[in-house]
Design a protein around this ligand. Structure first.
Ligand SMILES: [Zn+2]
Ligand SMILES: [Zn+2]
Length: 375
């Protein structure tokens, strides 16, 4: 019966919910303080999530330092009592009116973006490109970007952004599902069959490494990872890469041609943001091949457009994890198709968020994913 849950209590004694919670908030640039905030209340189609763990992302570091790409009602997030953080998981502890898709006690991971649900892009499933991005009054939410994020004890989330996680998956591993979902979305937009097709991943950061795991789990052959750091490349091998190329020692385009018998690959997932990455990617794919950009250079860069046109190369760009790719990534991880846990390094408690962020920033060369364990 559709209305059955409307009669059931919307919270239980199993998870007593306080009125106030601890939350880190952003003052000016680089200024984080731990304060008490009211625990938010879920509306229709929303639940309250007790946050159990959150990973620190390079984008969080950007937001804390520069404000962008966070944007609240058209302005920067500084001095608005804004809580950053977007890669989190937790436990459902309270249901909003009409919610019967989740139950109290469910362990869930949280997708970053709930679009407005009313614009053309949201209706197409491209809610990471919502046309009402940042306008909360029109219903847009993006955790840690336009609405409060996860460096706190509780957060409200739309049910569309939640995915169940299996009991045996650790909290820390579950924080990586949204990262894997971003890589999955990159492969989705290229529209490939993937199984039996060649994929190059440029850049072994968290998204690139998850890209290797997802591409291999979908049956890509070969999966080639290129980068500059041996330790990360080795991690890529353990996540399923058939070959890795250290671009400091070998030209990556020549290496891909060598590894594919001169044929090149069908797809490149570009996760490095290196200035010449698109030009190199174009020469790694075969004629009619596809390139998806999931990272970007800090400055405008020259691109050999004539080469792209002459070779009918398609170029895509993604922001985040649209079309419920996070759910498909969660399914692969629940089936243990790759071991995402490999990319974790240190864990910190909630009281040490600034230390966790400093650690992630200072050790960006080798610290892949730092996790804050809140419960
Ligand atoms: Zn992130
Ligand atoms: Zn929208």
């Amino acid at each position: 019966m559709a209305t059955a849950r409307a009669d059931t209590p919307s919270c239980s004694n199993q998870y007593p919910i306080p009125d106030r919670m601890k939350a880190w908030v952003l003052g000016g640039p680089e200024e984080l303080s731990l304060v008490e905030k009211p625990v938010p209340q879920p509306g229709p189609a929303e639940v309250l999530v007790r946050i159990d763990a959150i990973a620190v992302c390079a984008t969080d570091i950007e937001i804390i330092r520069h404000g962008v790409p966070a944007m609240i009602d058209g302005g920067l997030p500084f001095n608005r009592g804004f809580t950053p953080g977007h890669e989190y998981m937790g436990t459902v502890v309270k249901l909003g009116p009409t919610v019967d898709e989740f139950q109290i006690g469910d362990r869930v991971t949280v997708e970053v973006h709930a679009g407005c649900g009313r614009c053309q892009r949201c209706r197409e499933g491209m809610y990471t490109s919502c046309l009402n991005y940042g306008f909360r009054a029109k219903g847009h939410r993006a955790n840690g970007f336009s609405t409060d994020g996860g460096f706190a004890e509780y957060a409200v989330n739309n049910i569309n952004t939640l995915a169940h996680i299996p009991d045996e998956m650790t909290d820390a591993e579950a924080t990586l599902i949204v990262t894997a979902g971003t890589a999955m979305y990159g492969l989705d937009v290229m529209g490939g069959v993937i199984a039996g097709e060649g994929v190059v991943v440029i850049g072994p950061g968290p998204i690139g490494l998850m890209g290797v795991g997802v591409a291999k789990a979908l049956g890509a052959q070969p999966v080639i990872l290129t980068g500059t750091r041996d330790r990360r490349l080795e991690m890529g091998r353990r996540l399923g890469a058939d070959a890795v190329v250290n671009v400091g020692r070998e030209d990556p385009v020549e290496a891909v041609q060598r590894l594919t018998g001169g044929k090149g690959v069908q797809y490149v997932l570009e996760c490095s943001g290196a200035p010449n990455a698109l030009n190199e990617a174009a020469r790694m794919v075969n004629r009619g091949g596809r390139v998806c950009l999931a990272a970007f250079p800090a400055e405008p860069v020259p691109v050999d457009l004539a080469y792209l046109v002459r070779n009918n190369i398609y170029v895509f760009g993604i922001r985040g994890e649209g079309k419920s790719a996070t759910h498909r990534a969660a399914a692969l991880m629940a089936q243990k198709r790759f071991d995402a846990k490999l990319i974790h390094t240190h864990t910190f408690p909630l009281a040490e968020v600034p230390t966790a962020i400093r650690y992630a920033r200072e050790r960006i060369e080798d610290a892949i994913k730092v996790v804050v364990q809140i419960r």
